[in-house]
Ligand binder design. Structure first.
Ligand code: BG6
Length: 541
């Protein structure tokens, strides 16, 4: 698709524009709890380095790793350098790294030790005096979720939840990583703990899918183009599919995954968030609350599945058995390290979701997510209704591959990752004397049109939090509504919404089955049957 790089075309992207036009945030102290953990190594420090390399990070920033193991600042810098060289999106430049490393510091403490927080407060005051951080403090909870409460209560006890310094330019914000609770009850409790220390406007609940460039583009695609909105409803749309597939298995995270499963790990947050962006009404403006108000309305329209029968009818859960991916043998989930023998944890979910509102009445939204599938990728496909079959499927007109059948409908595909882009499938006449019709694809690819790679989701989100923009973070009510929907399903599967029940069978034996699928396949046959039943098929990608 040709690209118009004129000012008008660029201005058509309000979300992107907002971020690009806003001034660089003022320097702050960013304290990362869980500094020796996986997330810090793989995502956070590489994201911060890339922001620095692109000139987007305020130079005076102080990044303080907070963790239990003894370590000097230099040792921490060395460790972070190794991680960044391994995981950074762009190659590490030695000079740039040297400058960036000067903003890294290490603070050793137990998470529940009051003295450790008092010492941290003193250190932050000292950094304020030495650097340009001006009492601005950001606390990133990247430690295990069991540490969230002890950390937040100690931040409050030591006064670190209040703006620092005396200039009046200080602030104190908290970023909470997922999982934000494990069910509605625990999420409410955690929300209570967070809100007792931080105002909602200073609370940033991360869902990293919202930071993906392509997820941000959903609103732009829908609301900055006049052609989609009039047909974006039950009158013209037959169904929607949202898929997130991974070839990876649990990769040594079984300890967490056994208490989560695919439904909590991916559906409650990432996939439901994508659904809200696709299905929301246009907000009145682009302020964080206007956007999130509309998303919450979608969540409130989710038709609940109140009984085990309804769950069995609309949801398929699966677990991978041994198989092969790209010619390599892959073990069964039950053979992975730290997985309970006979575990009932699901590694795959397919479901039919219905929204009870005017726009989407009767339009099924199929969600599919799984580990150890044949390909990695996430996409949303919007399947339009067929054209009326009055012209091209008549006798004598060869419609080829289903002119007006299932294969003939227009499909708009939003590729979240990889190969980020958007394509539209439509029908076209095959050149020649005969009237033959074939589907063709109009394709827009980010890389090709804009000539640069999309930043990592964490880059955008960290910068937004520093700038005080919560639009791409989940609000309290969003998280709670999503849990409410998911809890019914957990209840039907395990007889409890407690995370400890995830790997257990439901005691009374009334749970819908856990279906098996070989690693490297597109999930259990029951997932195909879910769509067969509605006369549809999953889109293969
Ligand atoms: C995380 C899940 O939130 O998202 C992981 O915990 C999953 O299980 C990951 O692999 C997928 O994110 P991405 O950005 O790598 O597609």
């Amino acid at each position: 698709m040709p690209t118009d790089h004129s000012a008008a075309a660029t201005n058509a992207n309000p979300l992107h524009d907002g971020a690009a036009n806003r001034p660089q945030p003022k320097a702050c102290s960013l304290v990362i709890f869980g500094a020796t953990g996986d997330l810090t190594h793989r995502k956070l420090i590489p994201a911060l380095y890339n922001l620095a390399a692109d000139g987007d990070l305020p130079p005076g920033i102080a990044i303080i790793g907070f963790a239990r193991r003894p370590k000097t600042d230099d040792e921490f810098r060395k460790e972070m350098e190794e991680a960044t060289r391994k995981f950074s999106r762009q190659p590490v430049n030695d000079e740039l790294w040297k400058a960036f490393a000067q903003s890294l510091f290490y603070h050793r403490s137990e998470f529940d030790n009051d003295d450790g927080y008092h010492a941290l407060a003193e250190r932050l005051d000292k950094l304020d005096a030495e650097r340009a951080t001006g009492g601005r403090r950001m606390f990133y909870l990247a430690a295990g979720p069991e540490q969230f409460e002890p950390i937040i209560s100690r931040l409050a006890k030591s006064g670190l939840n209040k703006p620092g310094g005396s200039s009046g330019e200080g602030w104190s914000r908290v970023i909470v990583e997922k999982p934000f609770g494990t069910d509605l009850e625990s999420a409410r409790k955690l929300n209570g703990v967070v809100s007792s220390a931080f105002h909602e406007s200073n609370t940033y609940r991360i869902d990293h899918f919202l930071g993906k460039e392509t997820a941000q583009n959903i609103m732009v695609l829908r609301f900055a183009n006049a052609i989609f909105e009039p047909i974006w409803n039950a009158r013209y749309i037959d169904h929607i599919e949202i898929t997130a597939a991974e070839t990876l298995g649990v990769e040594g995270r079984a300890g967490y995954y056994e208490t989560s499963g695919a439904l909590r790990d991916m559906v409650q947050n990432h996939l439901i968030q994508l659904l809200t962006l696709v299905c929301m009404e246009p907000p009145t403006d682009l302020s964080a609350d206007s956007v999130r108000d509309e998303k919450v309305k979608v969540l409130r329209s989710l038709r609940p599945m109140k009984t085990a029968e309804e769950v069995a009818k609309h949801v398929v859960r699966g677990q991978y058995s041994a198989g092969s991916i790209n010619g390599q043998p892959a073990p069964a989930y039950r053979q992975e390290q730290n997985v309970k023998p006979g575990t009932m944890t699901e590694t795959f979910v397919a479901m039919r979701v219905l929204l009870d509102n005017w726009r989407w009445n009767g339009v099924p939204i199929y969600i599919r997510v799984g580990k150890r599938l044949p390909k990695s990728g996430a996409e949303i496909s919007v399947h339009f209704k067929n054209a009326p079959g009055v012209l091209f499927n008549r006798d004598g007109v060869d419609g080829g591959a289903g002119t007006n059948g299932a294969g003939g409908a227009n499909v708009l595909v939003i590729r979240i990752q990889p190969d980020e882009g958007v394509s539209l499938r439509m029908q076209s006449k095959l050149p020649g004397a005969a009237l033959r019709i074939e589907p063709v694809k109009m394709d827009f690819q980010y890389g090709e049109s804009f000539g640069k790679a999309s930043p990592e989701a964490y880059e955008r989100l960290l910068l937004d939090a520093m700038s005080g923009d919560p639009t791409l973070f989940a609000r309290r009510d969003e998280v709670e509504e999503a849990w409410q929907f998911v809890d019914n399903i957990e209840q039907a599967w395990h007889g409890s919404t407690a995370s400890g029940a995830t790997s257990e069978a439901k005691a009374d034996g009334s749970a819908p089955p856990l279906c098996e699928y070989p690693a490297g396949s597109w999930g259990p046959k029951e997932a195909d049957e879910l769509l067969d039943h509605d006369g549809r098929q999953w889109r293969r990608f």
